[in-house]
Design a protein around this ligand. Structure first.
Ligand SMILES: *Cc1c(COP(=O)(O)O)cnc(C)c1O
Length: 397
């Protein structure tokens, strides 16, 4: 088993906490504060406006994108940072539809994260061209990729159950049917091994505050297959995606390749935090991360199933169908999760009944898994969750 103690040492992990929610918000890299302070003091403080050139702020979105490219199986030059994932979903989907102008169906599945579906609904209303959002069960996606479909909008790993689509097979089927693919990697990037270039995925988007540990509100990324890079129209045609932003032309002309997917001014400070997280990622190899993730999730499933028969596994057992999280169904899942959090095991709850635990090899090891299993066993076997204070729902679950 590869040793991740070196990466674990790079994170701030509060005492008494087993953090199984890095799939929602990764922990703080110890170096992030110093890197942000350096950008604040030495760059913003001393360079002022000249930082855009002298400190390379203007190239930061592509420079950072290249470092993420390595983690998602893309070549450098095809990933750019900016905005939030919802915005990038909109942009990628709009580009995909424009590449398939004679078709009107967007295919997604009922396991998708609602924001992706909402963005598709908003885009359809804005376009006013009679597009239809067709939402089918996840296991019915393949059969519904037909010549009617303009684009698929699929999240590779289901945020609730951790079920993973077969990106390679679905992309191949889509291309056989003349369909453009948009893949959401929110629960993939930093979690599983993905090969965007090898799968010939058309568009991909993802966030960096989950498994990538970029911090709350860290910017999103977008990937465009080099095949489409000069043809894709970004829909959100901001000045920094213009061919020559500082020519201040009155008419929009898309920039070269991935640059056109930029919209406005980059979030320099947020990217400084993300850069510290990427320094940790530079110590890793995604094949090893994936192997360790599967070992941890196998260990967790075996441990819980041996002691907690009241919890029903919602995550696929097959490695090829599993992301880096394990979910169990339990009717009182919200209260049970609050009881766990009170005892230092932090996971989260997703309505209606999913208790979700994320496994992130960079800072979770086998000893953490065993300690979490012991606490969960105690809470479940003794119904320690059955108290009024665990049943009142907070705003963020
Ligand atoms: C987390 C997540 C989002 C969140 O989008 P933001 O714009 O970053 O808030 C969107 N889609 C999926 C699939 C997610 O998992």
């Amino acid at each position: 088993m590869p040793d991740f103690s070196a990466t674990k040492a790079q994170f701030t992990l509060p005492k008494g906490v087993i953090y199984l929610d890095g799939n929602s918000l990764g922990p703080l890299p110890k170096a992030a504060g110093a890197n942000m302070a350096r950008v604040l003091q030495e760059e913003w403080g001393q360079m002022l406006i000249t930082g855009w050139n002298k400190a390379g702020w203007m190239d930061q979105p592509t420079r950072t994108g290249d470092r993420i490219a390595r983690l998602i199986g893309a070549q450098p030059g095809h990933v750019v940072m900016g905005d939030t994932l919802s915005i990038k979903v909109y942009q990628a989907l709009a580009s995909a539809l424009a590449l398939n102008p004679d078709r009107r169906v967007i295919l997604s599945d009922s396991g998708n994260f609602p924001s992706d579906l909402y963005m598709a609904q908003g885009l359809i209303a804005t376009l006013g061209q009679g597009h239809e959002l067709r939402v089918v069960a996840p296991e019915e996606v393949a059969d519904n990729i037909t010549p009617e479909v303009a684009a698929t909008l699929l999240t590779e790993v289901d945020y609730r159950t951790g079920r993973m689509h077969d990106m390679r097979a679905l992309t191949r089927r889509a291309h056989d049917m003349g369909v453009i693919t948009v893949w959401d990697l929110a629960h993939t990037a930093g979690a599983t091994q993905v090969d965007l270039a090898g799968c010939d995925a058309d568009f991909a988007v993802g966030c960096t505050y989950k498994y990538l540990n970029g911090g709350p509100g860290a910017p999103a990324f977008i990937y465009v297959n080099p095949r489409h890079a000069e043809a894709a129209l970004p829909a959100l045609s901001g000045w920094l995606g213009h061919e020559a932003p500082f020519a201040f032309d009155l008419a929009y002309r898309p920039g070269a390749g991935i640059e056109r997917m930029r919209v406005g001014t980059p979030p320099v400070l947020a990217l400084a935090a993300l850069e510290a997280a990427l320094d940790i990622w530079d110590m890793t190899d995604m094949a090893q991360v994936r192997a360790q993730s599967l070992a941890l999730t196998d260990r967790f499933i075996a441990g819980i199933e041996a002691t907690c028969p009241m919890l029903e596994l919602a995550t696929p057992r097959a490695h090829a169908e599993r992301g880096s999280q394990v979910s169990f169904r339990f009717a009182e899942g919200y209260a049970a999760m609050q009881a766990l959090i009170a005892r230092g095991v932090i996971g989260d709850f997703r309505a209606p009944d999913i208790m979700r635990f994320g496994f992130t090899p960079l800072f979770i090891d086998a000893a953490d898994v065993d300690a979490a299993v012991a606490i969960i066993t105690d809470v479940m076997q003794n119904a320690l969750w059955d108290r009024p204070e665990y049943k009142t729902r907070a705003k963020v679950t």
